[in-house]
Design a protein around this ligand. Structure first.
Ligand code: ZN
Ligand code: ZN
Length: 408
């Protein structure tokens, strides 16, 4: 039995609801998309509740489910995903946070949560914090874009269940509290880190210079979104497959790294509307040579959905279709192609919704059902029926001859 390779294309938020002003059709039903339709026509389709019926997925929890993880078990907060996106290799037991550089006055009242959207000097500020020891806990700290940063606490006996320190408004910095008895040490260390960040950063040259220019100093770090990675095994440990991911947006990229995917930086892959589809297609095909599974995320449909822009969404779908067409032309016929979305972002809702998403899978010897078009309603009559996001990976691995026998 020959193992098949897998190409998984996730069109972020592409799934939609019918819009009255457009003949009661969805953007997928209006767009011209020969490549997507070919995947549906040559394979099997179905619909998918990415987390569970009636649950509105975030992109992070949705992708965990698509990669075959139970988001309710694995997802503890956004911190670890951001940290992985920033290139920090996380260890079991680490607690990670996403952070803001912020500006506080002498009585620790937050005057600017983003320190004037500070753009320069954050690398030097981060350098002054990283490596700090708080008892037996090591601080790993890295700047992100603008005022953003990530914090990883590494040491024995840590737990992510702590309350917020970021007041999310112009009020005093909050004291972190343990939300479980196991997290008392973490709350203590976190409060200590926040205090120390204020001491170290207040005296930093970057901030004396900012003050001289009349800019708000970035004199404190406010961590939030605590999470740990105690449960996560990588895809290669779990399924014995080598994986790579092509994604422009940091959140998805971080998630790919967290599950052990190789995630090269692809020039021009931005995670925005201006993303270079050709570069993405080329990178994906190159990665497919040395990997068993290549995952591609295209963020643009989600952006059009949030903007409530039907025509833009149609345009973006046609752009992705051209990218998919390029890939299908070069991809070996034995490769299993999986086309789906991580959630619906209906233009009428301008946000994610709980509506299930269409999924189509085709490959050389995959079953072929009656579905001819890749869209929400056509897929619903397909042979795959209705599944949960977590079921996708096992189904795909089975079709790719990569599952093992249960029993004799
Ligand atoms: Zn998404
Ligand atoms: Zn979104």
């Amino acid at each position: 039995m020959k193992h098949r390779k897998i190409l998984m294309v996730v069109c972020d938020g592409v799934s939609d609801r019918p819009v009255k002003e457009h003949d009661g059709k969805t953007p997928l039903q209006v767009a011209r998309k020969p490549a997507m339709d070919a995947v549906a026509r040559n394979g099997v389709s179905g619909t998918m509740d990415v987390i569970a019926p009636g649950v509105v997925p975030g992109s992070d929890t949705a992708h965990l489910a698509l990669f075959g993880y139970d988001p309710y078990r694995v997802y503890t907060g956004r911190g670890p995903i951001e940290a992985a996106g920033a290139g920090i290799a996380l260890h079991k037991g680490d607690v990670a946070f996403r952070c803001n550089f912020a500006h506080v006055n002498d009585s620790m009242k937050v005057l600017d949560r983003r320190a004037g959207r500070i753009r320069s000097g954050t690398a030097a500020l981060a350098q002054a914090l990283t490596g700090m020891m708080l008892g037996d806990v090591e601080v790993i700290f890295k700047e992100g874009s603008e005022h953003r940063a990530v914090l990883v606490l590494r040491g024995p006996g840590l737990d992510h269940r702590v309350s917020e320190v970021d007041p999310h408004s112009e009020s005093a910095v909050l004291e972190a509290r343990a939300l479980s008895s196991e997290a008392e040490k973490t709350a203590r260390v976190l409060n200590e880190f926040v205090r120390r960040s204020n001491e170290v950063l207040s005296a930093h040259q970057v901030n004396t210079e900012r003050a001289a220019e009349g800019l708000p100093s970035a004199n404190i770090v406010l961590p939030r979104g605590a999470g740990s990675v105690s449960e996560l095994t990588t895809l290669s440990e779990r399924d014995g497959i080598r994986c790579a991911g092509v994604a422009g947006v940091t959140l998805v990229k971080g998630l790919c790294r967290l599950v052990g995917m190789e995630t090269p930086d692809v020039r021009g892959a931005t995670g925005g509307l201006d993303t270079d589809y050709g570069a993405k297609a080329e990178a994906a095909l190159r990665l497919l040579d040395r990997n068993d599974l290549v995952f591609v995320n295209v963020k643009a449909p989600d952006i059009a959905g949030h903007d409530g822009d039907f025509r833009l969404k149609v345009q973006v779908i046609e752009n992705i279709d051209a990218m998919l067409g390029t890939m299908l032309k070069d991809v070996h016929e034995e490769v299993l192609v999986v086309l789906t979305a991580d959630h619906s972002t209906p233009v009428s809702v301008r946000d994610h919704s709980a509506d299930p998403v269409p999924v189509s899978i085709s490959g050389s010897d995959s079953r072929v059902d009656e579905v001819r078009l890749y869209d929400e309603m056509s897929a619903a009559s397909g042979a795959l029926g209705r599944m949960r996001g977590m079921d996708l990976m096992p189904i795909v691995l089975g079709m790719a001859n990569r599952s093992s026998k249960f029993g004799a």
